[in-house]
Design a protein around this ligand. Structure first.
Ligand SMILES: *[C@@H]1O[C@H](CO)[C@@H](O)[C@H](O)[C@H]1NC(C)=O
Ligand SMILES: *[C@@H]1O[C@H](CO)[C@@H](O)[C@H](O)[C@H]1NC(C)=O
Ligand SMILES: *[C@@H]1O[C@H](CO)[C@@H](O)[C@H](O)[C@H]1NC(C)=O
Ligand SMILES: *[C@@H]1O[C@H](CO)[C@@H](O)[C@H](O)[C@H]1NC(C)=O
Length: 447
């Protein structure tokens, strides 16, 4: 057969090809004598085009090796409610058609040509997680090289199902799988391989995705388990695409305002308990927080219970609790100034115990005229309750332990002191709870 060739170079080429690939015969070599003068003669490719309905192999027991790679160019949408990831890929597939080969030296140094894909057999690679029909544009072309490799690039918008966990929103990472597999061909007919190393895919994709959008590509891993359906075994390549949300939008719009509001709420304990302003102030703050939540609701994931919602609920409850505390203290103070009930002995001893110097009690704060709640001058008719307890009541301890012999002014004074002590104590409880819940949330976010 080789003797029929006019040139020695072609003879050598065919010989080499024959030695390297047993079974391949030069009858499949394209006669390209006209390539450089009249453009490509469609007639020379006609035999190959006519065969496009069949898998191009010489021996049907040899599987076709399709090497794939892709570039993730954009992450368009991550829908936590429908559990869908919409991304855009450029898929590259390379396979060999043993019927195509020509000698570039004889063909005007042409080593590759583009051929419209309608005329070629295409591997039916699809993404198993895809929940949308393949919207590949019509009329794409593929490169055909002189040694029979076909390089086919196609853009793909992939809406794939992905188990999304939004618990850690907005500091969440997602790990979505894209499984490339043949729809029809089992391992006897088609094998999948990598066209590039997976880290190259990850690097290129990361550079492109970095420039845009809410999501940032962390990395891509791969696994190649075979999939068995009944008695057939399918080759597949799984890519694990790890993406991370850029949280700055949510930090600025959700966490910062919320933290400001809750710290103002904490600081409002420093408003004097006797003043009429504390409760209205806290109500305003609560209203403001509700408006904030309403406005920012659209930024939160539509489904599931992310940690941030728990955090907001916690902040709201703390504000409500602090308002209740203010109501309670206001009630106590009101009671003290109108008709103070007799003070139970245990309460009195507790108060006395706490007002003695060197004791670590909440009341110590306002004894020194520095803490929240001690604005004794704001309460008309009372003078320096701290000193009163420290001196006068101290000297009359034995007498008063019985709970008798107090003038109504002194009793009122004691109750005012008790209110202040309660206020400081509850404020500290509030602070401890606030701090521990914030620490818990932050620790959870960091894991
Ligand atoms: C290639 O085709 C040309 C005409 O198009 C013909 O003259 C030549 O003999 C052919 N060569 C072979 C090897 O078939
Ligand atoms: C096809 O390939 C198989 C396995 O490689 C081999 O056993 C068989 O002889 C081949 N058939 C032909 C017709 O070459
Ligand atoms: C596909 O990749 C394998 C190794 O990864 C290589 O041996 C083979 O030649 C490649 N096939 C094509 C068509 O590029
Ligand atoms: C994604 O999940 C797969 C298994 O489900 C795991 O092998 C892979 O390491 C994960 N990737 C990342 C970046 O966490």
């Amino acid at each position: 057969m080789e003797g029929g060739w006019p040139s020695g170079g072609a003879f050598l080429l065919c010989l080499t090809v024959n030695l390297l690939l047993p079974g391949r015969s030069n009858t499949f070599t394209i006669n390209c004598s006209g390539f450089h003068r009249h453009g490509v003669d469609p007639a020379v490719f006609q035999t190959i085009f006519n065969q496009k309905d069949f898998r191009p192999v010489i021996n049907y027991s040899i599987p076709t090796q399709v090497n794939i790679s892709f570039t993730l160019s954009a992450i368009l949408d991550v829908d936590a409610q429908l559990q869908l990831l919409t991304s855009f890929l450029w898929l590259k597939m390379i396979w060999t058609n043993p019927f195509i080969s020509w000698d570039p030296e004889k063909c005007g140094a042409i080593s590759k040509l583009t051929v419209t894909t309608e005329n070629l057999w295409l591997p039916d690679i699809f993404i198993m997680e895809s929940m949308d029909v393949d919207q590949t544009p019509e009329g794409l072309s593929a490169y055909v090289t002189n040694d029979g490799h076909i390089v086919y690039n196609k853009p793909m918008r992939v809406t794939s199902i992905c188990s999304l966990d939004i618990f850690y929103f907005p500091f969440d990472q997602q790990n979505c799988t894209l499984t490339f597999s043949s729809f029809l061909y089992t391992v006897e007919n088609m094998l999948l391989g990598m066209e590039k190393e997976v880290w190259e895919i990850a690097d290129t994709s990361r550079d492109i995705v970095r420039t845009q959008g809410e999501w940032e590509l962390l990395g891509i891993n791969k696994a190649t388990p075979k999939m068995s359906v009944g008695s057939s075994l399918f080759d597949q390549i799984m890519f694990y695409v790890a993406i991370r949300r850029r949280p700055s939008l949510y930090v600025i719009n959700l966490l910062v305002p919320s933290s400001f509001l809750i710290s103002i709420d904490a600081l409002s304990f420093y408003l004097p308990a006797e003043s009429e302003n504390r409760a209205p102030f806290k109500i305003t703050l609560l209203l403001g927080y509700n408006v904030f939540l309403l406005m920012m609701n659209k930024l939160l994931p539509a489904s599931g219970t992310p940690l941030i919602s728990v955090y907001f609920a916690l902040c709201l409850s703390l504000m409500v609790v602090s308002l209740l505390e203010t109501i309670f203290i206001t009630h106590l103070l009101h009671m003290a100034s109108t008709q103070p009930p007799p003070m139970p002995p245990w309460l009195y001893s507790l108060l006395f115990h706490c007002t003695s110097p060197g004791k670590c009690c909440p009341v110590a704060l306002w004894n020194e005229n520095t803490g929240p709640g001690l604005m004794s001058t704001h309460l008309p008719g009372l003078k320096e309750p701290g000193q009163l307890v420290g001196k006068e009541l101290g000297s009359r301890e034995a007498e008063l332990n019985g709970g008798s012999g107090l003038t109504s002014t002194q009793l009122a004074d004691l109750w005012v002191q008790f209110s202040h002590m309660m206020d400081t104590f509850l404020f500290r409880l509030y602070l401890i709870f606030l701090a521990s819940s914030i620490i818990t949330v932050v620790v959870l976010w960091n894991t």
